[in-house]
Design a binder for this molecule. Structure first.
Ligand code: ADP
Length: 206
């Protein structure tokens, strides 16, 4: 059986994660590779609680959000049938839209970075991805895309906040590139050019 892989996409909202996750999944499936697309927050009860808070419907403190993201991530790793670990162990490529890099950038920025980092990276149940693809986009470029495509914006999507999140993301990427395999890709280019760079980064895993 061939080895499974765990690939994560990160980037601020509008950076093209959804688009590129789908293109990569299509490409891998065309090669006959079993591919599972997943996302965080998950569709599990912990993920539903997170989505309610992100939409502004339920109030939670940033520390509660950080801890809830960790709980959701543990459930996402451990789920017996559809969990990341089970799927990778049976040989699938698991592609995940957002992972702990997002928690470090968003909640790390608003609570205590080293606490959030430790909860995620020192947790034995939370797998390290084989590759993190960080789609880098400037906040104004991101908002231009979000406004074109959607009617409402989530609570994190204002230019000032996106700028802070991007800066924090770059700090997180710089910090974690010592321990994690991270590819930073310029996302302000045509969709196909970005997809080619991603295929190249995946090819280097083998
Ligand atoms: P995310 O999942 O990171 O929020 P999406 O993939 O949903 O990003 O992309 C946000 C919007 O930008 C969508 O309308 C999408 O069609 C568009 N888009 C994605 N990639 C590009 C690109 N490289 N150039 C221009 N527009 C893009």
């Amino acid at each position: 059986m061939s080895k499974g892989r765990f690939i994560v996409f990160e980037g601020i909202d509008g950076s093209g994660k959804t688009t590129q996750v789908q293109l990569l999944a299509d490409f891998l499936r065309e090669q006959g590779i079993e591919t599972v697309v997943t996302a965080e927050p998950t569709a599990l009860p912990t993920g539903k609680e997170l989505r309610a808070a992100l939409s502004g419907k339920e109030k939670k403190s940033e520390c509660e959000m950080a801890a809830l993201f960790v709980l959701d991530r543990i459930a996402h790793n451990n789920d017996k049938e559809n969990g990341i670990r089970a799927l990778v162990e049976k040989g699938a490529y698991v592609i995940c839209d957002r992972y702990y890099y997002s928690t470090l950038a968003y909640q790390g920025m608003s609570t205590d970075y080293s606490w959030v980092k430790k909860m995620n990276l020192a947790c034995p149940d939370i797998m390290r991805p084989d590759l993190c693809i960080y789609l880098d986009l400037l906040p104004e470029q991101s908002l231009e895309r979000i406004r074109r495509g959607r009617e409402s914006t989530e609570i994190y999507e204002t230019e000032e906040i996106l700028a802070r999140v991007r800066n924090t993301f770059l700090t997180v990427i710089n910090d974690l590139k010592k321990t994690d395999n991270i590819a930073v890709i310029d996302a302000y280019r045509p969709i196909n050019a970005i997809a080619e760079d991603i295929k190249h980064a995946i090819g280097e895993l083998n």
